[in-house]
Write a protein of this length. Sequence first.
Length: 827
Amino acid sequence: MESPIRAYPFNEIEPKWHKRWDEEKLYAIHLKDPRPKYYCLVMFPYPSAALHVGHGRNYIIGDAVVRYKMMRGFNVLSPMGFDAFGLPAENAAIKRGIPPKTSTLENIQNMKRQLREWGCGYDWSREVISCLPDYYKWTQWIFLKLYEKGLAYKKLAAVNWCPSCQTSLANEQVVDGQCERCETKVVSKNLEQWFFKITAYADRLLDDLKLLEGWPERVRIMQENWIGRSKGVEIDFPIVASDGKNTESPLTCFTTRVDTIFGATYMVLSPEHPRLPELLRSVSDKAEIETAINRMKAQDLTVRTLLETEKEGVFTGRYVLNPMTKEKIPLWVANYVLMEYGTGCVMAVPAHDERDFEFAKKYKLPIRVVIDNPKKPLKAETMKEAYVDPGILVGSGAFTGIESEESKDKIADFMERNKIGRKTTQYRLRDWLISRQRYWGAPIPILYCDKCGTLPVPEKDLPVLLPENVEFKPTGVSPLRDHLAFQKAKCPKCRGNARREPDTMDTFVDSTWYFLRYITPRDDKKAFDSNDVNHWLPVDQYIGGVEHAILHLLYSRFVTKVLYDLGVISFKEPFARLFTQGMIIKDGAKMSKSKGNVVSPDELIKRYGADTVRLYTLFMGPPERDAEWQDQGVEGAFRFLGRVWRVAIQQEKIENERIEGEALGHKEIRFNLHRTIKKVTEDLEGDFHFNTAVSACMEFVNSLYRFRPSSEVDRNLFRQSVETLVLLLAPFVPHIAEEIWSRLGHSRDIFKEKWPTYDSSALQLEEEEIVIQVAGRVRSRLKVPHDISEKELEALVLKDSKIKEWVNGKTVRKVVVIPHRLVNVVV
RNA sequence: GCCGAAGUGGCGGAACUGGCAGACGCGCACGACUCAAAAUCGUGUGUCCGCAAGGACAUGAGGGUUCGACUCCCUCCUUCGGCACCA
């Protein structure tokens, strides 16, 4: 890149203030400070090699909020740390051929330098690094707490396995059947794994979303979808005995549409249903049936769950009884029924379910209408598709004639009374699989003793240290399994030899509680102090990318609720307000090293200074939306800061310059000044409209360039204008603001100053311009006194020569007067 | 398929509660300064007609409500995101 352009001396200013802020400990807070607290948290980063401007948006937004709140008189907590365990760090280390710890700590140093250069300030005395024992000791403690509560358990299950990362994954880490990290196709594998019982909290995680008014609607909806609660009924279908003796227990299905029960003309099991072998025992020609079932089982699950996939099935030769109609209906097995959801058994109502309809048509199964369309009566023989909307029950025994929505409860109650079925709730959410067969994570604090079984590591023995001299290349089993020193353990009960759990925890466990650790980060007696944490949390403002809408944000909410139940914290939700900033796009794609479209902040800062990068980042568009990075836009921000510098520092020069444009007077400048304060304040108090706040400042600078102070009073206003401008800009461009502030003769740090307030009387002009429309089109405008009455205004308008021309002969039907704004003459 | 967000000049984007569409910035053109360039300062810049004054058209498309619609309602199209054979 070219050498720095001639401009204000940002390369002297910026390092000077970084040093000053460090020395003054501008960001260090005291927990017991009497001012109102404000906890501003940005999502802590993975320590990758270097940050790009896309990452920067997060920290710049956060820093602007922090500095603004400081000026509003809050005791602002702004901590930072590193989410340092996990696959990305380990994979990067493997590539470089060095231990993950070395590369991670190296990366952290580089990122800290970058954050400092950006001018983003944190209370570094509170730094947490999740891969260091003084942190993960307490991550392990959290695990033990969940274990005590029965919320951490081990089970053999079909789990998602990434063949490239050589580890199991949580459901949340599988995107479109692929590994979230490496996009390799995920396969299913039967393994014994550790899970967190997040499903036990499904209802509360869902219901408490309503408490999160400060969260973006879309994030709440995404979590709602993910949890996927559906209320319905479990119904027992008695099996018709093939040998006359009815000894088999009934098959249970789950449905959200009990209202359609009278139309259930067959029943379908998932090919994986555990009772299939038993059901088939008495069937004579079962070879063919079993072949068909095995074919369905072999079908790739990701393909099988595609809507387009052809439905396939086979009749089992068995029958069940529809418990309401007492009819004998055939029992089928079909590929469209999933074992993972509900009971793996579905009552099929072809007339009112698209999938059942398609299946029934293919295999010529009976279709019976039981919900009629009130607008257009249905006929089973002529139906082209299932009728899935509400309607009136027909052919439904005692329930005929009832509206379908209403009938759901009535039928369910009837079933409960007669022990046919019971109301129940199903969730899409699965328990959180937390074991990883990889090295770079916190060891799961569990011991196995041949005599005493599975035992938690006693709290006093924490941390279970992650050994450093390990051959850690992924092999599919945890490298800790064969590490002798690590495995050398004693059973806490019988003192005999015990083995350690070799798996490590998912990195997302580390980040479920880091925001608690920031309060008392060096406490080696406990994870956090309940009193302090209860004072400082929930986080007032959380800021981060929307990619964590489900994963991190759901897991953190879960752990918070567990800690609440344990009585160690007094709040149910960790983050009161959430702001999700948009991505930065370059050349049509998300900025990423692999795509080769990253813009490095280091070079930009060298060329233009950090304030320019910050200002452009905030100005480029609404912060919650994606934005396209344009190098030329950076120049614009840089030019603006030059204008600010000149108007503030080199005032005399401007005073002496020849007036070329239209000059503005005292009154207009005063008006603009207060209007700008109002606009910037409202933009920051609202949903962080930095882009319009910056543009308001630009407008004000433009107007200052038209001001020619001619008197002492004028010069005072000019000075006041400049000082206010600098205060308003300080959260966005802290270095230049500090520098101008001190050059204007202030010795106190600008962030210890009060945020300016506006005077509404200055916004009240005696004369205002009114827009005049004829038939809704602007035809003229008038300057009128502020306190003119509507009558007077109307009369004035009708006398106006231009308006007369437009009215010309037509009758005036009505005159609409909107005070202080507009008059519309309707002809 | 369901849910959500968005669609405005050459570009990024503004527009309060329904009240001057295009603020602010980029780009472009012209002028001032300069021997010249850069930087800076100024002027102009939606489209069409017009020398101009001015007028017509214009916020994804089409309807509607209203004195008045980027904004509200209906139908549809496109892009992005989430969920999805979930019973």
